[in-house]
Design a protein around this ligand. Sequence first.
Ligand code: FAD
Length: 437
Amino acid sequence: MPTQHATPEWYASAVRPLWSSDVLVVGGGPAGVVAALAAARAGASVTLVERYGFLGGNSTQVLDRFCGFFTPGSDPQKVVGGIPDDVIGELFRLRAADYHMCPYSDAQLITYNPEVLKIVWERMAQDAGVSLLAHTQVIDVLRDGDRVTGVVAASRGGLVNLRAAAIIDASGDAEVAARAGVPYEGIEAGAVQALTTTFKLINVDTERARQVAPGELHAMMAAAHQRGDYDLPRHGGSASLTSTPGVIATNLTRITGVDVTDSAQLTAAEIEGRRQALEYVRFLKEQVPGYERAVLGSLNTQIGIRESRRIVGEYRLTRDDIVRRRAFDDVIARCAWPIEDHHASPDTRWERVADGEPFDIPYRCLLPQRVTGLLVAGRCLSADHDAHASVRVMAQCMAMGQAAGAAAALAAGRGILPREVPVSELQDRIRAWGALI
Ligand SMILES: Cc1cc2nc3c(=O)[nH]c(=O)nc-3n(C[C@H](O)[C@H](O)[C@H](O)COP(=O)(O)OP(=O)(O)OC[C@H]3O[C@@H](n4cnc5c(N)ncnc54)[C@H](O)[C@@H]3O)c2cc1C
């Protein structure tokens, strides 16, 4: 639904103009940072705005493993390349990443140290010449007719205007698109995936903990919950080894039915997520071999949001498209990750699609309906619930960012709209960088 906002006249009088650039990226998650890197690499002046004091979004606030780089199975093929490879390469150079098999998807993952990744993201952005504006939250848009020309942001110094020739909404929650009046779906309570508060345990005897297979752990959770000894809403999820000795990273809690665009509901979800985290810690310590002396080491910076607003774009990727591997002329990224649906039940729905072969993500999924001058990248793309449950993982979000950044730079450089960018030229450009399309 379109959001009510103040008039352009009000903003012109009340808001301090800050600066303008060729490309403005809102949101410094995996999609947003790679979009900024791509636009800068293509020669654009780029501003990247992030509401927190560091970059990475879920990659550094919530997680420590990249999914989606490889096809599942015993002969993994690479699906994503280009700038995302540079990020991984830098993590390996700093000895902060490793390859792991995921027991749930049967696919290779890249685990990393998220604190090092914070530094990798910002160093790469700085080296590329991106103007970084952290501690700045975008709260509204500036429009000229149906064209989005900038945003209004709450910075440390007050409200500021940021203008650009092309704008990329990589906020995860489609904050810019929604305020600009782009139609979206998915936010209704219950229609989106569950939230998870992730946490880490330190001082775990990982040699003994790793002997407990995922299925065994899930059965122990279900039994403990059914006995009434523990309140464990989810009897699935993971407790995984990390590259740090004695440290286990978890994805166990489950909070459902939350409208994450409502501050009061999101606050309640944060509190409930932390309550659940403590209960899972109690269960692990008391019931699972290896955890007897474990201590809660850290909680995520903010609760993990898998799915909120999915914009309605020029094309909406569907379950049918991905299951049948429909080919698109305007492919800009590929994906072979299963449908991974963290629904309201205690388990998680995993469904391998297209025999694990990669399918296409078209450029039009990044182009919103009703407005111009705007692209989206990452988990707010245009897709139905099931297609989203596959393409939302981080390798694909980075690949979408790569395409969005390149397209925005092309549009800004030529004085055309993102929807007018010649797709074959965009594809040539990202292929030259290593994109696997
Ligand atoms: C619990 C959980 C577990 C997951 N597990 C995995 C996994 O193991 N591997 C994997 O690959 N993927 C995993 N995912 C999925 C993946 O993390 C996300 O889909 C991905 O991070 C989305 O990237 P993004 O850049 O689109 O959005 P996000 O990562 O959500 O980043 C959005 C960024 O925009 C910023 N922002 C938002 N609004 C504003 C605003 N108004 N102004 C300024 N900045 C703003 C945010 O602070 C954030 O930095 C998981 C997700 C969750 C929640």
